[in-house]
Design a protein around this ligand. Structure first.
Ligand code: NIG
Ligand code: FE
Length: 411
């Protein structure tokens, strides 16, 4: 199938060569071709350029994008979108003044989600996750990372990861999976080390045996897993070929960033609470600092110090953290708004963070994150809007008109 998109007002994020990431001052540069065309052949980007250079192309389908922008699909490098149920009861506790930690200590939080997930069959879990997968497709996401971490038993963690894998087979999303057995310690373990032993000696080998996870994660936070425990779990995962991606510095200076650097993590995610030491630790490494401002918005915590990190020359990535407890939102455009409005990033920086840099954070730099010849043809077409900055600016508007994933028009 050949698709030709013509008269594009702005073809956004065009990179002749695929890049590893954009960092520091370079994050401000977002290459756009005005009045452009894009030629999709099968599931790949075949060609693009300015309309006055368009060759004659015999396409099966032509789309006139007058007044509209074309973007590479968003890459959402951090989600927990496989879950059994939403948690509005905790939302109300939170409104009445309870903190995230207090809700968790009361048997809410992650353990509440685990109880519901354990009681849900794999097929039913898939049906519920599929609704969210289709929802984010409509929001312009083309590639997504999905974590386990609401199972907390060998069988239930595997169930979650099988569901995540099935999302990758039965939708046009590219899916990467992360094993997060070390998300919380189930109540019946009186000794945390006993649970860590199950994670390391039982869950990791079983997950690896079925090839269910690309990455290994842990919630490195006070009341959850210490830096030493996190490091131990990351090293155990690495032995089975899972690269570390760590929940770090969400509620406190947890030391998770430094563990990420030490274990060669692909990314450290959250970073709401950073100090100069944590920023310095990331400079010159291959670890992608990833911000999840939906969680800061929902929990009312501080936001990551994005400007300080950009000034330190770091790359930054931007993802949703879509989950029932701290970020019940899978809309990448809203993350762009939060990045611009609350973290003082420019629209160009935020768009780079949500495309090229998140593609790096799930090892998809060669196929996603930019309009580049040979990359996967996963793009979205906006409605008629005045500029691409309108997307983060108009934070409540629905700006996406059409979605093409792997060369197929999906809506
Ligand atoms: O990324 N912080 C840890 N895990 C999730 C929240 C999980 C939950 O509350 O269900 C997060 O914010
Ligand atoms: Fe998360």
């Amino acid at each position: 199938m050949d698709i030709l998109i013509k008269n594009i007002k702005g073809l956004v994020q065009v990179r002749e060569q695929s890049l590893k990431w954009v960092a520091g001052a370079d994050m401000a540069n977002l290459p756009v071709i005005e009045n452009a065309y894009l030629h999709i052949k099968d599931d790949k980007i075949a060609d693009y350029g300015a309309m006055d250079t368009i060759p004659s192309i015999n396409a099966d389908e032509e789309i006139d994008a007058t007044g509209r922008f074309v973007f590479p699909s968003f890459v959402d490098s951090h989600t927990h979108l496989v879950f059994a149920a939403s948690r509005e009861e905790e939302f109300v506790y939170k409104i009445r003044g309870m903190s995230y930690e207090e809700i968790a200590a009361k048997g809410g939080g992650i353990l509440n989600s685990a109880k519901k997930l354990q009681a849900t069959s794999e097929d039913e879990l898939f049906e519920r996750a599929l609704v969210r997968a289709n929802e984010i497709i409509g929001f312009g996401t083309g590639a997504v990372e999905i974590k386990s971490g609401y199972g907390l038993t060998v069988e239930d963690e595997m169930k979650m990861l099988r569901v995540a894998k099935r999302i990758g087979r039965e939708t046009p999303l590219a899916v990467k999976t992360t094993f997060l057995g070390a998300h919380a310690v189930p109540k019946h373990y009186t000794n945390k080390q006993d649970y860590i032993d199950v994670v390391v000696n039982e869950m990791i080998p079983a997950v690896a045996e079925e090839g269910l996870a690309d990455y290994i994660d842990a919630f490195c936070e006070k009341g959850f897993f210490t830096p030493d425990e996190t490091e131990f779990i990351m090293e155990a995962g690495k032995k089975y070929g899972m690269k570390p991606k760590i929940h770090a510095n969400q509620l406190s200076i947890s030391g998770g960033v430094q563990v990420g650097v030490k274990t060669g993590a692909l990314s450290v995610d959250h970073l709401e609470v950073m100090d100069q030491e944590a920023i310095d630790a990331l400079v010159g490494t291959e670890v992608m600092p990833t911000m999840l401002p939906g969680a800061a918005f929902y929990l009312g915590t501080s936001y990551p110090p994005a400007r300080d990190m950009i000034n330190a020359g770091l790359p930054l990535a931007l993802a949703t953290d879509y989950n029932p407890g701290s970020a019940p939102c899978g809309k990448m455009a809203f993350m762009l708004s939060l990045a611009c409005i609350r973290m003082k990033m420019t629209p160009e920086e935020a768009i780079n963070a949500a495309t090229i840099n998140t593609a790096y954070a799930i090892d998809l730099s060669d196929t996603y994150g930019s309009i580049t010849k040979g990359k996967t043809a996963s793009v979205f077409i906006t409605k008629e809007i005045p500029s691409y900055a309108f997307i983060p600016y108009a934070f409540g508007s629905d700006v996406i008109d059409q979605v093409i994933l792997k060369g197929e028009v999906v809506n």
